[in-house]
Write a new protein. Sequence first.
Length: 178
Amino acid sequence: MRGATRGLVAGVVAAGMALMPAVADATPGSGVTAKILAQTTVGGKDYILREITVAPGGTTGWHFHEGTLYAFVKKGTLTHADFTCAIDGVYKTGAAFTEPSGSNHVHVGRNLGTKPLVLEVLYVDPAGSPLSEDAPNPGCSQLIHSSRYRVQLSGTNPNTGWPQLLTLTLGQPLSMGT
């Protein structure tokens, strides 16, 4: 009887864990390739120029940088979200933007378009530091897009553990970029 009870308890715990939203784990990128174009170290700082390509539907995963990044969109459109789960930028071909340093600036970049996104990025990092650090999802659910609406889910309801609706925009099509 004791073994059956332990088995039942273990099964219930495992089932409960499977139903919980997984926001505490790091979120690896997908569909991203990069090559270093130039690299030097001066005055305790690494200056690394990279070309990053994000395939359609690809994502950088949630991450942060120990130094500041200066980016230029060579082709495509980058949809960028910050740790508050808000889209803080949609950068099209020809746009430039910066990403500040530190673990308090967790973010994710996505290519929601149908063509590859190509970025040229200058990393200005403390010498020897990694280009990026994986970070857990801060509680944001996947962004859902269509040509007629945009829904952004974020956070979890403390009573149910299920995602909460934060934003719903109807009517105006969301530009998916090229």
